[in-house]
Design a protein around this ligand. Structure first.
Ligand SMILES: C[S@@+](CC[C@H](N)C(=O)[O-])C[C@H]1O[C@@H](n2cnc3c(N)ncnc32)[C@H](O)[C@@H]1O
Length: 274
């Protein structure tokens, strides 16, 4: 069956809209869009991308746009991804907060672009381990956000297959997971209680009544162009606590001249302590 091609003007309309609304740059994704959307167009009995774009732009619920973005971007993620960050947390960041916060025993984390949840769960497990080993009680909260409702639904369920948890240490499996006895494993309530899942488009304004001690925004900004990335990093800066950190993916670059964060090591940036 022939794939429906994008005309130049259809392509421009799509690229322009998605960039303005989500900061995602699809300029080099023409063939990928045609390939990945072929099934959707066929399923909806549409004969051109113009018809699809009309449907996309008139859907006030925004569901079709999210479906489109789900197909074009990837929610791929896994437990223990980029372990350097979790090692840094255990060895440097958490000991720092433990000392600096004194009696105010509260830490807030944000997994911005959490996909199907493996990242925020790894954060909560790392922190739980750290404080449990020291026998001290801290109030831990992790905000986990994404634009993909499909990914968030899976994240919130917290149920993973044996293959998806293959990198999780054995000790964590017994401590932080329940075996469903059907080949799947569910994250324990103790960990789930620490996490709040919410839809959030990083390209739209965000405001919080508090600041975060560590923001994880890993493998998300790869979709954004430089201007969008720089703007986002500056908005993260405003909601980072003094002495707090921004973790980005190891393949992502933060333009050091365009941010007040200080470079700590690859993929780790820090807001000055006041
Ligand atoms: C590859 S996953 C990264 C997941 C996790 N952070 C990791 O490193 O494993 C990228 C996620 O970014 C989300 N995303 C892309 N653009 C976004 C936007 N404008 N606002 C919020 N989330 C976005 C996608 O839906 C996807 O779930």
């Amino acid at each position: 069956m022939d794939i429906i091609k994008l005309t130049d003007s259809e392509f421009e309309t799509l690229v322009d809209f998605v960039y303005k609304k989500y900061g995602i740059n699809l300029r080099k994704k023409r063939v990928l869009i045609e390939g990945r959307m072929a099934g959707t167009l066929r399923g909806k009995n549409l004969n051109s991308f113009s018809e699809y774009i009309n449907l996309l732009l008139s859907d006030k619920s925004g569901k079709e746009m999210i479906n489109f973005l789900n197909r074009i971007t990837t929610n791929h993620t896994f437990f223990m991804r980029e372990m350097e960050h979790f090692r840094f947390m255990t060895e440097k960041a958490l000991p720092y907060f433990e000392q600096a916060r004194g009696r105010f025993r509260q830490l807030r984390f944000w997994s911005a672009g959490c996909a199907t949840g493996q990242e925020p769960y790894t954060i909560a497990m790392t922190v739980s381990d750290y404080f449990a080993n020291k026998g001290s009680l801290w109030n831990i909260s992790v905000l986990a956000t994404d634009i993909s409702m499909e990914a968030l639904e899976k994240a919130e369920k917290g149920v993973y297959t044996a293959d998806e948890i293959k990198d999780v240490p054995k000790s964590w499996l017994s401590k932080y997971f329940e075996d469903n006895n059907d080949g799947t494993y569910r994250v324990s309530d103790k960990i789930r209680r620490q996490i709040t899942f919410r839809p959030l488009n990083l390209n739209e304004d965000f405001n919080f009544p508090y600041r975060f001690d560590i923001i994880f925004c890993r493998n998300v900004m790869i979709y954004f162009d430089e201007t969008t990335r720089e703007r986002l990093v500056n908005r993260f800066y405003k909601v980072t606590a003094d002495g707090g950190f921004l973790f980005v993916g190891h393949s992502e670059v933060v333009n050091r001249r365009a941010t007040n964060y200080q470079y700590v090591m690859p993929a780790i940036y820090r807001k000055k302590e006041e």
